[in-house]
Design a protein around this ligand. Sequence first.
Ligand SMILES: [Zn+2]
Length: 193
Amino acid sequence: MAKGLKGKASSWMSKYIKLRDSIEYCKQRNIPLDSGIGQCCTCGKIVTVKLADAGHFISRGSRGASGVYFDERNCHFQCRSCNRFEQGRTLDYENFMLKKYGQEVIDELKFLDKNQSYKYKIVAIGLMYKELFLELKKEVDHLPAFFERDKNGNTKTRQPVCRIGQRGIHKCRKQKSRPGQNLSGLSLQPPNG
Ligand SMILES: [Zn+2]
């Protein structure tokens, strides 16, 4: 029962985080907000939301729970490769956190990790992230379909139709989607380059 509630909260949080960071990236680059891409917080790669996770700086850890698991400062757009196959790239993540929030927030999160519990707040947290996601969704004209993907990464609806062209031209409504197509061939440079 509790696990189901946590799973739901986690799923809404993940959608919200990916949309939050994708929108932030698109705003910085002045590209359409429904482009459905973002930048990995640890390796800097640009990937579609479909190939991204909401990766945690402080993970669940050995206790199986962290007091900051549902803190949105503790979670960011991260490519699956970093999140799933490189243990989250802890050192790179810490550098990212340092630049984004500063040492004080890192220390605060590390303290709260051990001294705070979301145990009895899980329903409220789930509703909060659902609300945040639905609110943020209003900023985007066409929410990329892969926001609705299930646990296995399959989209329930259809393949994403939003593409960024080679020269940054948005081709959303013109181009037909092709399964398997992604942005890996494009030379989109990370910022600060
Ligand atoms: Zn990465």
